[in-house]
Design a protein around this ligand. Structure first.
Ligand SMILES: *Cc1c(COP(=O)(O)O)cnc(C)c1O
Ligand SMILES: [Zn+2]
Length: 405
């Protein structure tokens, strides 16, 4: 059973078949969303049936875009832990800080969700060659799932993307190229080359299904919190698939009768060296100007322009949320603090959510007993090149004082 119904443009409302290949809206160039027959699903699919299912994001497959389960390309992504963070909670005087630990996904980041969904659907639609620009983690995930699906993949990522991402892409056998530029430059090159060669463009929100994978973050949060939602969600925003995906999931779950109308305050966090959404939010704009000279160690946040800007800004405003930027320096400090306080080796993007929470506490925007969810979107292990520990060395016969007999 699957309730996928059609595609709908988020800007002009035009509708299209979900059984043919689409990227952006042919009429206006904006983002397409997958729509489901939620009225029927409400009668035929109850949340109680989930309890016995495997702990992956495909437990929600009726509300995912793949019609035939045989087409699902999975490596066990999703259903990651929602960890209490008592250490950082104590530091900030908050009683309910939680962290969705997405670093435990295949390829070490939550990009696995989006790419598992999109590559499964591409396979179902008969796509054979995929092209994707990436800041790093999306490339790794696409490479893994394309390998598993035996699809051909062309990747372009910035030359200074994290080493782990380059190593993974090479290991999985993707056609991988490094550009002296940013993800937006990579996208332009690939779109030109791909148009001539018939490659399917899997850029963030330029096809409808990566967001469907990311929306499972929203379903999981609700399921893990016994069908309630947290008060605040702090999300490290690059292209914004996760935040708009969760926002979509909340609306779907309400239509299904699984949750009520209360929504979390959606908080965007970006890096001070690349914060187009924060700037647009603060200036009251509905779309974001491209950010010039984007620079940050948080590779996933180095996205100077997002096609889904209007969707991100809408979710933040409708939810009564807010937007913050944090410096690379504070990100590095917060990576250490999360590791020491709660044993979580976060990626820089994940540490940024902690920095934003500190700013919210400082600005009086979160109450002591509110449930706050931070997103650690990737494993710190993917970014070990950022950390240069100075550790004492010694010869066996000359142990330092702390180790001497
Ligand atoms: C891609 C990425 C982000 C940004 O995610 P979007 O949903 O594109 O905004 C955040 N953190 C990490 C680790 C990423 O790889
Ligand atoms: Zn349109």
């Amino acid at each position: 059973m699957n309730f996928l119904h059609h595609l709908e443009c988020t800007a002009c409302g035009a509708t299209y078949s979900a059984d043919e290949i689409h990227t952006v809206c042919p009429a206006c160039g904006k983002v397409l969303y997958a729509r489901y027959d939620l009225d029927r699903a409400r009668g035929e699919f109850s949340r109680a049936t989930l309890a016995k299912r495997p702990a992956t994001m495909w437990r929600y497959h009726e509300l995912m875009p793949v019609r035939d389960e045989a087409n699902i390309v999975t490596l066990g992504e999703g259903m990651t832990p929602l960890l209490p963070m008592p250490g950082v909670g104590r530091r900030l005087g908050l009683t309910h800080v939680l962290c969705k630990e997405e670093g435990l996904n295949p390829t070490g980041s939550f990009k696995a969700r989006g790419l598992s969904a999109a590559i499964s659907k591409a396979k179902e639609l008969g796509v054979t060659t995929i092209a994707m620009p990436s800041a790093g983690n999306a490339a790794s995930a696409a490479a893994a799932y394309c390998a598993r699906a035996h699809l051909e993949l062309y990747l372009v990522m910035p030359v200074d993307a994290p080493h782990a991402n380059k190593a993974e892409c090479a290991a999985y056998g993707a056609h991988t190229y490094l550009i002296h530029g940013l993800i937006t430059d990579a996208g332009q090159v690939l779109r030109k080359a791909g148009a001539r060669r018939g490659w399917f463009d899997m850029s963030t929100l330029r096809e409808p299904y990566r967001a469907e994978g990311k929306k499972t973050l929203g379903y999981e949060l609700a399921e893990q919190l016994d069908w309630t939602l947290p008060d605040v969600i702090i999300y490290p925003t690059g292209g914004g698939t996760g935040i708009v995906g969760m926002w979509k999931a909340f609306a779907e779950m309400e239509a299904l009768g699984w949750i009520g109308s209360k929504r979390p305050r959606m908080v965007v966090v970006q890096a001070a060296g690349c914060a187009p959404m924060v700037r647009a939010y603060r200036e009251g704009k509905e779309q974001a100007e491209p950010w010039r000279d984007a620079q940050t160690i948080a590779a996933g946040l180095r996205v100077p322009q997002a096609i889904g800007d209007y969707l991100i800004l809408r979710a933040v405003r409708e939810s009564g949320g807010t937007a913050y930027s944090v410096t690379d320096e504070s990100i590095l400090g917060d990576m250490q603090e999360l590791a020491r306080e709660d044993g979580l080796f976060a990626c820089p993007e994940g540490a940024a959510t902690y920095g934003a929470l500190k700013a919210m506490v400082r600005d009086g925007l979160v109450r002591k007993d509110e449930r706050v969810v931070l997103f650690n979107t990737g494993a710190g292990l993917k970014y070990v090149d950022l950390i240069r520990p100075e550790l004492p060395e010694f010869k066996p016969a000359e142990p330092p004082a702390a180790l001497s007999a």
